[in-house]
Design a binder for this molecule. Structure first.
Ligand code: SAM
Length: 250
């Protein structure tokens, strides 16, 4: 299980506030967990701590050089660590990948900037991860996205141990609809069953809502879902009720 994450970046000041706030801060105080950002520039041993240079063959932007990142890895890597390069070319981040990565004790995340790293860095990493098919200015948000997604999977990090297991994607489905007070807002009511106190019916409603949301917004997930008999019945029921499924409002 994950105990240590080191993020290598040119902008640790973008990362540190997030690591030291809210759930990630609390997790580090309470658990055997250490999250740190390191400035790649500190590993550049030239006069001006320069870490980048122009690309061979010509292109706009600067490329992060091999020497400082090699030195940083030599200092920070441990025997047990996995080294992950954040790049738009990587494997797309997903819940199954998070479940796999959280099993590692130590992760080193490489967050690029400008034109990215010298491509020879690929020879020194274990895998590449992308947060989606778009390009961000730097790898800081992707590194934090990955770190956050992993930390909330660790036992005891969330207030209630079961919270992560009830979130979207954990079991391959989207979350069910949630509501809070007031019971009536404008013309929209909270579904009656949720205030009925009937635990079995509430449990079935949640499964139905989760299946319905997945059908509505991510049918691709549903196509891969290994349905139980109860889930099959509830999805069927959802389809039958679909016409009046507008939050029981009218
Ligand atoms: N020239 C690169 C390209 O087109 O693939 C983009 C470089 S980007 C401006 C700078 C850095 O941001 C990358 O080295 C990477 O670390 C990070 N980055 C940007 N988009 C990302 C994404 N979708 N997933 C993961 N990292 C990303």
């Amino acid at each position: 299980m994950l105990k240590r994450v080191d993020i290598l970046t040119l902008f640790p000041e973008l990362i540190e506030p997030y690591l030291t706030s809210s759930i990630l801060a609390r997790a580090q105080q309470r658990q055997d967990l250490n999250l740190r950002a390191h400035n790649i520039r500190n590993f550049a041993h030239n006069k001006h701590h320069q870490v980048d240079d122009t690309p061979y063959g010509g292109k706009l932007g600067m490329v992060i050089q091999m020497e400082p990142i090699y030195q940083a890895l030599a200092t920070i890597k441990t025997k047990a660590c996995q080294t992950i390069l954040l790049t738009p070319a990587g494997e797309k981040l997903s819940m199954p990948l998070c479940h796999e990565l959280v099993q590692h004790e130590h992760l080193v995340l490489l967050s690029g900037h400008y034109e990215g790293f010298d491509s020879r860095l690929l020879n020194y990493v274990d895998r590449c991860v992308s947060v989606g098919d778009y390009v961000l200015t730097g790898g800081e948000l992707p590194a934090l996205t990955l770190t956050d997604a992993l930390i909330r999977l660790l036992p005891g990090v969330l207030g209630n141990d079961e919270s992560a297991a009830m979130d979207s994607f954990y079991n391959g489905l989207l979350d069910w609809d949630v509501f809070t007070r007031p019971q009536k807002f404008d013309i929209f009511n909270v579904p009656d069953v949720l205030v009925s106190g009937h635990h079995q019916n509430i449990k079935r409603w949640k499964i139905k809502s989760s299946l319905g949301n997945t059908w509505r917004y991510r049918p691709d997930l549903l196509a891969r879902h290994p349905f139980s008999e109860e889930e099959r019945d509830l999805l069927q029921q959802f389809f039958v009720e679909e016409d009046k499924y507008e939050f029981n409002s009218r």
